[in-house]
Design a protein around this ligand. Structure first.
Ligand code: SAH
Length: 237
């Protein structure tokens, strides 16, 4: 019997059971119906991506600290952002703000190539090592300011930004392919809107998907490095 993902023997948590519970209760029940996205969320061992002290909470309905003042997003938010990219399996995808690498692992199961840019060197190297150890071979982690995108790999069929931007960084639009999708939280320090922008020959189509709250995107087209406490203290959903 599973109680909150912990086996009744009191021994090791039953991570697989907790993960399936997470997919059913937090993701499918809230309206994500794509079998590909649900399967990917059911496959990636989230507990391998969080610090040891957080492992017992790895499948709970919340963002968790991953070190460096950053967070791994709430599982539902990872699924919703992934779903919004509408990946068919052949795309080249860019993720900005790789953190611990969890979102990148989910993307890697749904598409051909994933390029990740992470600003903090320690997070970049730890996630690179972790993704390699777990066998996610189609992900490349780069260190740098992702508000500039990653021009060397452009164009991208889909770009996902896992941190809150004050406005849409122009380089990300430039690096989108025709029909490319950009999913990005944009707004103030306390709350943002999750936007999906589709680039078409004639211009950009933009829709607002939901309200959200993420840690800040820093860098050239992000927030200044000394952001207000309110922003630093927020957590990715
Ligand atoms: N998707 C991540 C969580 C992201 S938390 C996961 O699955 O763990 C947001 C991340 O964005 C943090 O790791 C932070 O260091 C990073 N970040 C902030 N500004 C950035 C920038 N300009 N370029 C790249 N990464 C940035």
């Amino acid at each position: 019997m599973i109680l909150g993902g912990v086996s009744s023997s009191g021994a090791l948590p039953d991570f697989a059971a907790a993960r399936h519970h997470m997919v059913a209760r937090q993701i499918r029940a809230r309206g994500i119906s794509s079998p590909r996205v649900l399967d990917a969320m059911a496959a990636v061992p989230r507990h391998e991506f969080v610090p040891a002290a957080e492992q017992a909470s790895a499948y709970s309905d919340e963002a968790l600290p991953i070190g460096g003042g950053q967070t791994i997003s709430q599982p539902f938010m990872v699924a919703a952002m992934t779903d919004a990219l509408q990946l068919s399996g052949t795309e080249r995808v860019l993720e900005i703000g790789g953190g611990c690498g969890y979102q990148a692992a989910v993307l890697s199961l749904l598409t051909q190539d994933v390029v990740v840019v992470e600003l903090q060197p320690a997070l970049a190297s730890a996630s690179r090592e972790r993704l390699a150890r777990l066998g996610y071979t189609n992900v490349r982690v780069e260190e740098g300011d992702g508000s500039l995108g990653w021009p060397a790999g452009a164009p991208y069929d889909a770009i996902l930004v896992s941190a809150a931007a004050p406005a849409i960084p122009p380089p990300l639009i430039e690096q989108l392919s025709d029909n490319g999708r950009l999913v990005i939280p944009v707004g103030g320090s306390d709350q943002q809107n999750l936007l999906r922008i589709v680039k078409r020959a004639g211009g950009l189509a933009q829709e607002s998907l939901c309200a959200c709250r993420f840690v800040p995107l820093l860098g050239r087209h992000g927030w200044p490095a000394s952001v207000p406490d309110a922003v630093q203290g927020s957590s990715a959903q």
